[in-house]
Design a binder for this molecule. Structure first.
Ligand code: UGB
Length: 622
C-alpha cells in the first residue's frame, strides 16, 4: 500500500489520498491488509485502485460508526456465533398482551375513525429493497399485480390507498387541510432503477412526484472468516464483495436523509413502515393508527394470529433476570429453540385456539415521530445486528460462502428504555395479512392448514377479505309498521374451492374496489344499501368514488368506472356469462410469469361495463 502511495503521480494522489488515507490506515489497523496484497505494481490499474477507495468510502459513510465499527461488530458477533452464545441469554419468553381488534364491531369502527383523522399527520415508508429470493420472480415485487381482475400492481395499490386516506383525513379535519402525506420508498441497487421507472412511466400513479422520495440502501461488506476479514469480489480483486444488510437499514437512511425533522416541523406525528407485497395491509391501517393515537403508543406493531412454525416472527415478551422487559419480534427460526431452552418441551406449538400463543409479526410498524427522532439522535439509526454464517463443518472455523451482518427494522425497540410505550395490535389475518413471498413449488409444500404466502393465495385473500367485509354489512331488522323483516347489505354466496399450482384455495366472487370508494368499514356501509346479492362465479370492479348499490343482484361480471363527480346507483339484476378462472401450468412459458406464479388466467367471456365520464346522477338499471 505504501509503495502504491509513494510511486503514484502527485495529481492522482491528491485526488484520492487526502480524503482516503485515514480510511486505508483504519483498514490496515482492523486486520484488512489482505485487501491490498494482490495489488498490481504501482502505476498499473490506477483507475481500479481509485474505484476501490471510492467503494471503501461509500461503505464507510453508509454504516453508522463507519467501516471500522462494522468490522469490530462483525468480529464480536462472529465470535458469539462460533461459541454458540444464546442471543436471548438471561431472558425468559412469555406471551405478551396487546390490543385485539374484531373487525366491524363498534370499537373497530371508532378506531378506524380516529385513525383516519390522524392519517394527515402521518408519513408512510415502504421497505422495498429486497429482491425476494423466496418468490423467485424476475422483476421487482411492487410491480406485480396484487390481483389480476384489475391488474393493479402493489405500488399502485399502496399509492391509491395513501391518497384515499389523505382525502378522507382532510375531510374529517376542522381546519383547512392541504395535507400531502409523504411517501418514502427504500430501494436497493437491485430495485432502485426499476422502481423509479415504474413510478415515472405511470405518472406516479396519481401522486405528486414531490410527495414520493426514494432512499436507496447500500449493501455491506461480506466477510470471509471469523476474524471478519473482508471478502474481495470473486470477479474483481479491486472490489469488495457486498450483500444486503436487511430492512433495518431504513432507520439509518431516514435519520441521515433529514426527512424526519422536516416532517416534525411540518406538524407530522406518525411514521408507518410497511413491506412490499401485502395487498390487505391498508384494510388494517386506519384502525391500528387509531390504536396508536388512543393508547399513545411510541411503537405499535401489527400482528395476526400465527400458526406454530409459520415463517413469520412471533411477538414475544422477554423478561431479563435483572427485571428488564421488552415486547419484541422473535424471528421464526429463533422462537422454537428459545421456547425449548426455557422449559417449553414442545417448543413453538399451537394452543387450544389452533394458533401459536405468540402473535405473528407482519412487520407493519407505527412509530410516533417525536420519540422516534429522540431515539435516533442517540443511535443514529443503528439497529441490533445478527450474523448467520453457513459453516463448513462443526469446528465452525470456516464458511461455505462469505457472510455479512444483517439487521431488521422491527428490532428498533431493542434499544428503547423500559419506559417507552411499546404495544402491538392483533387483527384477523383474513383482513390484514396475505404476503406474496413463496414460489409455487415451495408454497405447495407448506404444511396443511398453514398459509401459502404465494401469488395465488395473495390474490385469493383479497377477494376473500372484500367479500367478508361485504358480508359484514348484512343485517336483519324488523319494520314494526309493516311487521316485516328486512335484510340490509350484501348477500354473498359461499366460496368454491379450486387447486392452482398444487395449492387448494377458496375462490370467492372476484370483487375489487378502488380505495377511493372505501378505505374504512364505515365507507363500505355507506355505499351498500338494501338487499344486494352476488353469486360465487361473479366478478365486480368498483372504480369510482360515488358508486352505490341497492337491490343489485349480480350473477356475472360488472365493471363500473365513474369520475368523482358522477353519482351512480347500481340496481336490478345483472346476469351474464362473466369471467372464469382458467387453470394454467406453472411451467408453461407461453404465459407471462405474473400469471404462471398464480396458476390461472382470467378468461373474459362476457361482462357489463358501465362508464361515467360526465358529472351527474345515474341509475343505470332502474
Ligand atoms: N427488504 C429491504 O427493503 N431490504 C433488505 O435488505 C431486505 C428486505 P422479506 P423477511 O412479513 O412474514 C420479515 O424477505 O425479512 C424488504 C420479518 O423479518 O419479505 O424474511 C423487502 O423488500 C418477519 O418477522 O421478509 O421477514 C420486504 O418488503 C416477518 O414479519 C421486507 O423488507 C416477515 O417479514 C421484508 O423482507 C413477514
Amino acid at each position: 500500500l505504501i509503495r502504491f502511495f509513494e510511486s503514484s503521480s502527485q495529481a492522482f494522489l491528491n485526488q484520492i489520498i487526502v480524503p482516503k488515507i485515514e480510511l486505508a490506515k483504519e483498514l490496515l489497523h482492523e486486520g484488512q491488509s489482505h485487501l491490498f496484497s494482490h495489488w498490481a505494481e504501482p502505476g498499473v490499474d490506477d483507475e481500479k485502485k481509485k474505484n476501490f477507495f471510492d467503494q471503501v468510502a461509500l461503505l464507510n459513510t453508509n454504516y453508522p460508526g463507519g467501516l471500522a465499527t462494522y468490522i469490530q461488530n462483525a468480529r464480536r458477533l462472529l465470535a458469539d456465533s462460533k461459541s454458540g452464545k444464546n442471543p436471548f441469554e438471561g431472558f425468559t419468553p412469555s406471551v405478551p398482551s396487546g390490543e385485539v381488534l374484531n373487525f366491524g364491531d363498534d370499537n373497530f369502527v371508532m378506531l378506524e375513525k380516529d385513525g383516519v383523522k390522524e392519517a394527515r399527520k402521518a408519513a408512510f415508508v415502504l421497505v422495498a429493497g429486497g429482491l425476494g429470493e423466496r418468490l423467485g420472480y424476475k422483476g421487482i415485487k411492487v410491480a406485480l399485480p396484487c390481483e389480476t381482475t384489475t391488474g393493479t400492481c402493489f405500488l399502485q395499490h399502496y399509492i391509491e390507498c395513501i391518497l384515499a386516506l389523505q382525502e378522507a383525513s382532510c375531510k374529517l379535519s376542522r381546519d383547512i387541510c392541504h395535507a400531502e402525506i409523504p411517501f418514502v420508498i427504500m430501494t436497493s441497487d437491485d430495485t432502485h432503477i426499476p422502481t423509479l421507472h415504474l413510478l415515472e412511466s405511470h405518472s406516479y400513479f396519481g401522486m405528486k412526484p414531490g410527495q414520493v422520495k426514494l432512499l436507496k440502501q447500500e449493501k455491506v461488506a461480506c466477510l470471509d472468516d471469523n476474524d471478519a476479514r473482508i471478502a474481495s469480489d470473486p470477479n474483481d480483486k479491486y472490489k469488495i464483495q457486498t450483500k444486503p444488510h436487511g430492512h433495518g437499514d431504513v432507520h439509518a437512511l431516514l435519520y441521515n436523509s433529514g426527512l424526519l425533522n422536516e416532517w416534525l416541523d411540518a406538524g407530522l406525528k406518525w411514521v408507518l413502515f410497511f413491506q412490499d407485497t401485502n395487498g390487505l395491509l391498508f384494510k388494517a391501517i386506519p384502525a391500528s393508527l387509531g390504536v396508536s393515537a388512543t393508547k399513545g403508543y411510541h411503537v405499535n406493531s401489527l400482528a395476526v394470529p400465527r400458526k406454530a412454525k409459520e415463517a413469520i416472527g412471533g411477538i414475544t415478551k422477554l423478561t431479563h433476570e435483572d427485571g428488564r422487559t421488552m415486547v419484541i419480534n422473535v424471528e421464526y427460526n429463533q422462537l422454537d429453540p428459545l421456547l425449548r431452552a426455557n422449559g417449553h418441551i414442545d417448543g413453538d406449538i399451537n394452543c387450544e385456539t389452533g394458533y401459536s400463543p405468540f402473535p405473528g409479526n407482519i412487520n407493519q410498524l407505527i412509530l410516533e415521530l417525536g420519540p422516534y427522532i429522540e431515539e435516533l439522535k442517540k443511535t443514529h439509526g443503528a439497529i441490533a445486528e445478527f450474523v448467520n454464517p453457513k459453516y463448513k463443518d462443526s469446528s465452525k472455523t470456516s464458511f461455505k460462502s462469505s457472510t455479512r451482518l444483517e439487521c431488521m427494522m422491527q428490532d428498533y425497540p431493542k434499544t428503547l428504555p423500559s419506559t417507552a410505550r411499546v404495544g402491538f395490535t392483533v387483527m384477523d389475518a383474513w383482513l390484514a395479512y396475505a404476503p406474496v413471498k413463496n414460489n409455487p413449488e415451495d408454497a405447495a409444500k407448506v404444511p396443511k392448514g398453514n398459509p401459502f404466502h404465494s401469488a395465488t393465495s395473495g390474490e385469493m385473500a383479497i377477494y376473500r377479505a372484500n367479500n367478508l367485509i361485504l358480508r359484514k354489512t348484512q343485517k336483519f331488522y324488523l319494520n314494526l309498521e309493516l311487521f316485516f323483516f328486512f335484510k340490509a347489505g350484501v348477500h354473498i354466496s359461499d366460496p368454491a374451492t379450486a387447486v392452482f399450482n398444487n395449492q387448494e384455495v377458496e375462490v370467492w366472487p372476484r370483487i375489487v374496489w378502488k380505495p377511493k370508494w372505501a378505505i374504512t368499514f364505515s365507507d363500505v356501509k355507506e355505499k351498500v344499501k338494501e338487499r344486494c346479492s352476488v353469486s360465487q362465479r361473479s366478478a365486480m370492479v368498483i372504480n369510482g368514488k360515488n358508486i352505490y348499490m341497492e337491490e343489485l343482484s349480480l350473477d356475472g361480471a360488472l365493471i363500473v368506472n365513474a369520475m368523482n363527480e358522477a353519482e351512480v346507483k347500481l340496481t336490478g339484476s345483472i346476469p351474464n356469462k362473466g369471467w372464469v378462472l382458467k387453470v394454467i401450468d406453472y411451467k408453461d412459458s407461453s404465459h407471462p410469469e405474473e400469471s404462471r406464479i398464480r396458476g390461472f388466467v382470467i378468461e373474459k367471456l362476457e361482462q357489463l361495463e358501465l362508464n361515467y365520464n360526465e358529472p351527474g346522477k345515474f341509475y343505470p338499471q332502474s
